[in-house]
Each structure stands twice: as C-alpha cells, then as structure tokens.
Design a protein around this ligand. Structure first.
Ligand SMILES: C[S@@+](CC[C@H](N)C(=O)[O-])C[C@H]1O[C@@H](n2cnc3c(N)ncnc32)[C@H](O)[C@@H]1O
Length: 416
C-alpha cells in the first residue's frame, strides 16, 4: 500500500483522499503529552477503560472548536472529552450505551456545592453501620465471586443508603463514588483491562477497607466537584450512536474515540462495568440488554460496508474463523451507521481518535477503514491527520504482534 507523504498514513485507495490543508494546526505539537497531568479536575474520580488522554482532548477542543460553539461525543465513556470541553468553556453533549458511562460522565461534569456533598455523606454514614448485615444484597451469584464475604454486606448497606438520596445530581455523584469503591475492593488485579481474580498470596493478603475507601473517594469529590465550572453545560445521556437524539447539524464539532472492536473481541467495557452496575442496583438482565446495543452486538442481517481495506481483512478472517468473520462484519456494519449519523448531526468537524486491531491474526486498519467509509458516504473531506503513541495494554485479540495498537490515529474530517 502506498504511503501518503502529507499525511504519513498508508492509503489503500490512492487518489480518493484529497488533502485540503497543507499546514496542519497541530503539526508542531508533541501529541504524546509525556509528563502532562491526566488526573486533573474530575478525571481521577473514577477511571474508565480506554479513556481518552485528557491533554489530547483539550488540545483538539481548543484548536478545532471556536469559543462559544458546542461539542458532541457520541461515545463518551468516562467523560474525558466532556470534562475537557467544559474546562475549555465549551458546552457539550455525550452519549453512550453503557449506563455506567452516563453516571460517570454526568457526575464528573456537574458542579455541586461542597455543603451538599458533605450533608449527603453525613446522612449516608449516620445509618450505614446499623444497616450492615440487614440489607439483602441485590447482586447476582456471579458477582459475589469477585468480593470477600465481609465486603458484601458493607457494599449492600452503602448501596441502599445512597439509593435513598432524593436529589438526582447528588445521588449520581454518590453512585459514581460507590462504583469507584466497588472497583477498589474487588478481588481483581489492578491496571488490567480484562478482569482477573487475585490468586494465592495476593488474595490472602487483600483486606479491603470498604468504608475507608468510600471516605477517601468522597474527600476527592469534595476537592474536585466544587471546582468544576458552573456556567458550562454538559448533557450526558444513554443513547445509541447509530441513532442520536439530536437535530441535524445541532453540533459544531464531534470529537470522539469509538470502540476499536465489538465488546467480546475488544476492550470489554461491559465486563469492566457489570459488577459496578449490579451494585448500583441494575439487574443483570438489563445490563445484558444494554450490552446487545454495543457496536456489533447484534449479528443478524449485517453486510460488509463499503471499504476495500475492510473487505480484504474480513475475507482473510473468513478463511480462519466463521465466528470472528460474523463478529467483524456486525461491528463494522454498525460502525458505518455511526459515521452516517455523525455526518448528519454536525456542521463542521468530525474528529476520530482510533487505533488498529488484530482479529484472527488479521490486521484491521481502522484508520484507513474510517477514511474509506467516509469517502463512500461523501459530504465530508479528510483534512488533517496526526498520530501518537499509546501505552501498551493487555487486550486479548487486539494483539501486539504487528497490530500497531500502540499507535493512536487522529483523523480530522470537515463537513462540506
Ligand atoms: C473508547 S471508549 C470511549 C472512551 C471515552 N472517550 C473516555 O474518555 O472515557 C468507547 C465507548 O463507546 C461505547 N459504545 C459502544 N457501542 C456504542 C453504541 N452503539 N452507542 C454509543 N456508545 C457506544 C462504549 O460503551 C464505550 O464507552
């Protein structure tokens, strides 16, 4: 495949993609942002898997979205782009099909008075110790496997007390704090994308202090939440990126990082979220229902969308695994629909931050696939390209063997 000199990217259909700007606004910026804070403001209130690099999000917002204009992230996850948008003084909206993503995005972008947080914390803690052992945990038997026996009644008491909170915005914040607490007391290795239960001595020596962790998280929120800007609005709602609840051209720009693959072969957002969601009171069946709406979740009646690079990749996968073939076709058919929807709702820029992935030993060049899909859709021009290196992750099937997942591609399209 030829290499485009201006864009430094392999292009499988030379000539289709026209570079319209010679000088890119961020060409002199080191987009790796080594050493820059990624934990400022509310980013550290609750981690999310495969979250955007906050300095990158900030740079993109400030460069491409004029002051006074609004930003949309149709795959908002833990709210990284929304946080940086409001800090930069831009109104924004974020959608996601993962209910945990919405609780996190809302609570990380909603200003609250310190007093309101303190009052609620006192109310929760006043009754919680008496509740321990008297509240039936609502979580499934599957979920219990991931917690120490002593932890379960403590989390059940906290969950009950928080769900009694009447003010929706305060309750959302405490649900986010409970979720972060659940993550900390779970019997899993930290810093890994897929859940893996603690083994041997690691398990024996793990004595989580549920109420201590909860208190620390509340203290963090007391520092962070009252510092959020009050004047900027971040709307965060559950919605499918294939069918966004917004008007045509309602947003100036889209900045997003879509999933690189379906939930089973990719990062596993639902595995990451499901036990937190169970503790927040969501039944297992509802969680599974939401998971089906993940890109590629429904495999029926899907066709390979128009991209030569994608056709070549899926044809190769078909010779190796029928299951992976179906998974890939379903994922990219849905992804194509999200690109159509992005074009509908935006008036200026569509900025996509994406990495490649490997399935059945086949490279899926997501950057070129995105370029070719937009090319076939028409009405959007590929304008700028950047790349950056990302930390190596433990992601099954995405592969480090030439998959190039240590590189993140930043594709900037302009609606024409
Ligand atoms: C790479 S993550 C986004 C991370 C986010 N930028 C952050 O900073 O946390 C991709 C997100 O897409 C969401 N997603 C998957 N399928 C979706 C769909 N059909 N509609 C909306 N969101 C979807 C996932 O739940 C996940 O949160």
């Amino acid at each position: 495949m030829p290499l485009s000199p201006e864009r430094n990217i392999y292009i499988s259909t030379p000539g289709n993609i026209v570079a319209v700007t010679k000088k890119r606004p961020l060409e002199k910026v080191d987009l790796n942002f080594n050493g820059e804070s990624t934990q400022h403001s509310t980013h550290s209130l609750h981690t999310y898997v495969a979250a955007i690099n906050p300095p990158l999000a900030r740079k993109l917002v400030e460069t491409y979205v004029p002051f006074g204009e609004n930003v949309l992230d149709p795959f908002c996850g833990g709210g990284g782009i929304l946080i940086e948008s409001i800090l930069a003084g831009r109104n924004c909206a974020g959608f996601d099909i993962n209910p945990l993503a919405i609780i996190l995005s809302k609570s990380k972008t909603t200003w609250l008075d310190k007093g309101a947080i303190q009052t609620e914390y006192s109310r929760i803690m006043t009754g919680v110790t008496e509740l321990v052992g008297h509240i039936q945990p609502t979580i499934s038997e599957h979920a219990k496997y991931w917690f120490k026996e002593d932890t379960i009644p403590e989390l059940a008491a906290l969950s009950y007390a928080i769900n009694e909170c009447e003010a929706q915005e305060v309750r959302d914040l405490f649900l986010a704090i409970l979720s972060a607490t659940v993550r900390s007391v779970m019997l899993t290795y930290r810093g890994e994308v897929r859940l893996r239960k603690l083994q041997g001595k690691d398990l024996e020596n793990f004595y989580p202090d549920t109420f201590g962790v909860f208190k620390n998280r509340v203290n963090l929120a007391l520092k962070q939440i009252p510092q959020l800007p009050k004047h900027c609005i971040a709307r965060a709602e559950m919605a499918d990126a294939k069918n966004l609840p917004v008007e045509d051209e309602e947003y100036h720009s889209i900045i997003c990082s879509p999933p690189y693959a379906d939930d089973t072969n990719g990062v596993g957002y639902f595995q990451f979220s499901r036990y937190m969601l169970e503790w927040l009171g969501m039944p297992r069946e509802s969680i599974n229902m939401h998971k089906k709406r993940f890109l590629g979740g429904n495999k029926n009646g899907k066709k390979v969308p128009p991209s030569m690079t994608l056709h070549t990749a899926v044809a190769n996968v078909k010779t190796r695994s029928q299951k992976h073939y179906k998974d890939a076709v379903a994922f990219y058919a849905d992804y194509y629909h999200t690109l159509l929807e992005m074009k509908r709702v935006v008036s200026n820029w569509i900025i996509i931050v994406i990495g490649n992935r490997v399935l059945s030993r086949t490279l899926f060049d997501n950057a070129n696939i995105t370029l070719e899909l937009f090319n076939s859709i028409g009405g959007v021009k590929f304008v700028d390209y950047y790349s950056r290196t990302i930390r190596k992750k433990r992601i099954p099937n995405l592969g480090s063997d030439g998959g190039g997942i240590s590189v993140e591609h930043i594709l900037v399209f302009k609606k024409v």
